[in-house]
Design a protein around this ligand. Structure first.
Ligand SMILES: Nc1ncnc2c1ncn2[C@@H]1O[C@H](COP(=O)(O)OP(=O)(O)O)[C@@H](O)[C@H]1O
Ligand SMILES: Nc1ccn([C@H]2C[C@H](O)[C@@H](COP(=O)(O)OP(=O)(O)O)O2)c(=O)n1
Length: 459
């Protein structure tokens, strides 16, 4: 039992003061949330650390296979904080947290990534590095911060020393705390100097807050639900990534509001090596269709550059690619059916699966805002999701003999990630995917797909 009276109080405060998602139209909430995060991203940085709700990514090896949430205990709540299990501290270990307080989304994302790489290098191999998210309950949509939760099982003195040394140059844009067990089993969060004025606070575990920090992170920075939010990030990174300026120029040249022509637009989705390219090429020939892909050819030469950037920037590239692709789709659909190899479902599903920690049940429920199609993006008539068993997909991947990307390797090694991508695909709405089993021979998959297309579209 993790949720004491204090936690219940916290949750009711969250519900009372958080965005009234159920009371205003979703698109309105998402668009407003985006404009707020981009214009006033974090008026709250370091000083409020103790008032935040924290979420630590799942870690089965640390005894929490689902994400772990905690918050500071205020003196009036003291009596209710009896039940407070921190499995990672059970055997004398220490935990530490690092929060990124840089108020600018792009520089914060880059600092987060750089720190993650440096921490992985300098910390002892026995330390575990997990994702940390936090927000202020009274202003969830403007106060979200990312960071790291570090578990040091041997409580090495060198860990804190290394951390202090590493964070010294980022003092202005980061903070750090330790978590230790007190004599009565209570947990103390103590700022790790770096000029901190605040003293230790008691912290307690709470149940999953509403809104979930992971879902909030998706709505605010991992998936773009409007062109303007992707543009804002590309504009902010154009000083350090010249290719971002080129993409903005391409966006300026296309009329992203163009409506679809009279021919159907059919998107083929699926994990790598499920047979999308094979099927889309056959469909092009059978239906005398135009075959397009997202990201479109005109920006695909910059894909590697953006794939190497933090996810905030990488996903802005794919989002922009969908809007540029939408112009091409709209134009082509005036003259012929259009087949599209990957589109917004891919952009959203991969981002959601990456950002949601834990197992399949950690994915936000069906109908959640994170699964909504952007209001300003051209909607296809039909989206087909190809599925095959993992064994078959691996065989196809090896048979193809192409070099595996980092993400493909992760998909291969991480069954849970793959399951989450596929489930996220299935939960995306308006339009929802039609699932086709792509395990049979190519000709059968093509026949089945043509049947679905003929039933649902005028071809
Ligand atoms: N239905 C199928 N049965 C057997 N092999 C297939 C089938 N569809 C595709 N393949 C093979 O699987 C590999 C991956 O297919 P591909 O179309 O490149 O997938 P994707 O575009 O989804 O990554 C290719 O070698 C392809 O020839
Ligand atoms: N429209 C798109 C297309 C791909 N993506 C992202 C999603 C994943 O991170 C990768 C998958 O691309 P990958 O190169 O593996 O796929 P293909 O081999 O091109 O089918 O690209 C996207 O976000 N939006």
């Amino acid at each position: 039992m993790l949720l004491g009276r204090s936690a219940a109080g916290l949750l009711s405060r969250l519900v009372a003061t958080g965005p009234a998602v159920g009371l205003i139209p979703r698109s309105c909430f998402i668009a407003k949330t985006h404009s707020r995060i981009m214009s006033t991203y974090q008026s709250h940085c370091g000083a409020d650390w103790g008032h935040r709700v924290f979420a630590v990514d799942a870690s089965p090896s640390l005894g929490h296979p689902e994400p772990f949430y905690f918050t500071a205990l205020h003196s009036k709540d003291q009596a209710s904080a009896n039940c407070n299990e921190w499995p990672m501290l059970a055997h004398g270990g220490t935990a530490l947290s690092v929060g990124i307080t840089d108020p600018h989304p792009v520089s914060a994302a880059r600092l987060h990534r750089a720190l993650g790489q440096q921490l992985a290098q300098v910390l002892p191999a026995t330390c575990q590095l997990l994702r940390l998210l936090s927000y202020l309950p009274q202003e969830p949509h403007t106060s979200l911060q990312r960071g790291f939760f570090i578990w040091d099982p041997h409580n090495c003195s060198s860990t804190q020393h290394k951390l202090k040394h590493l964070l010294r140059e980022h003092r202005q844009h980061s903070n750090c705390c330790t978590y230790t067990e007190g004599p009565q089993g209570e947990i103390w969060q103590t700022p790790l100097e770096l000029g901190s004025q605040t003293g230790p606070s008691r912290v307690v575990r709470v149940g999953e807050p509403d809104p979930s920090p992971f879902a909030l992170n998706i709505l605010l920075s991992a998936v773009y639900y409007s062109l303007s939010s992707a543009r804002t990030v590309l504009q902010e990174c154009s000083a350090c990534i010249p290719e971002a300026t080129r993409i903005l120029e391409l966006l300026d040249q296309c009329d992203t509001g163009t409506k679809k022509g009279r021919y159907p637009v059919i998107v083929i989705e699926g994990l790598d090596a499920t047979g999308k390219s094979t099927l889309t090429e056959s469909l092009r020939d059978c239906l005398k269709a135009t075959l397009l892909r997202s990201p479109p050819d005109c920006i695909s030469k910059w894909r590697k550059t953006f794939d190497d950037e933090p996810s905030l920037i990488k996903r802005a590239y794919y989002a922009a690619g969908n809007y540029i692709g939408a112009c091409e789709i709209a134009k082509a659909s005036m003259d012929s059916p259009v087949i599209v190899d990957r589109y917004w479902h891919s952009t959203a599903a991969y981002a959601i699966a990456t950002e949601i920690g834990g197992n399949l049940p950690s994915l936000p429920h069906c109908g959640h805002d994170i699964y909504q199609w952007p209001q300003d993006l051209l909607r296809p008539d039909l989206v087909i999701l190809l599925t095959v068993s993992d064994e078959e997909r691996m065989l196809r991947m090896r048979g193809r003999g192409l070099e595996e990307t980092k993400e493909e390797k992760e998909l291969e090694s991480n069954t849970m990630f793959r399951l989450k991508v596929e489930e996220a695909y299935k939960r995306i709405e308006n339009p929802q995917c039609v699932i086709i089993d792509a395990s049979p021979p190519k000709e059968s998959v093509l026949k089945e797909t043509l049947n679905v297309i003929r039933k649902r579209c005028a071809v």
